[in-house]
Design a protein around this ligand. Structure first.
Ligand code: CO
Length: 134
């Protein structure tokens, strides 16, 4: 069911500082910031030859990453995103297997304009899992 790693996401307290660090210290290509109010985050993508790193900064009062940053004030790895060919088939299979799909269970549109779902970290060894249909 799982395809490639689409991206690994890191929550950061200061997106401009994190962008400068990835661009200037690590020498990576970093996209322009993109506000995603539906997800409560502003993101940039670090473009790598084999995948992307998504840097996330909270956007708005009810950001889902605010409490994560309270526990990890310097930032930290937030989720890993795997590609799937059919997100509804993947969801149905996961739910039948007892895995918890977060939210309503209906895919939302992610940062790349593709449908995404998130899976409960307690079902996957402490790691929040994102699925993206490609
Ligand atoms: Co993501």
């Amino acid at each position: 069911m799982l395809g490639r790693v689409n991206h690994i996401a890191i929550a950061v307290p200061d997106l401009a500082a994190a962008t400068a660090s990835y661009r200037d210290t690590l020498g990576a290509t970093v996209s322009a910031p993109q506000a995603l109010p539906e997800h409560g985050v502003t993101v940039v993508f670090v473009e790598l030859p084999n995948t992307k790193i998504e840097l996330l900064e909270p956007l708005g009062q009810a950001s889902p990453i605010a409490s994560f940053l309270e526990k990890n004030p310097a930032g930290g790895m937030h989720h890993i995103c795997y590609e799937v060919a059919d997100i509804l088939a993947a969801r149905d299979h996961l739910q039948k297997s007892g895995a918890r799909v977060l939210g309503s269970g209906e895919p939302k549109t992610g940062a790349h304009g593709k449908p995404v779902l998130f899976l409960h970290p307690k079902d996957f060894f402490g790691t929040l899992v994102e699925l993206e249909q490609v």
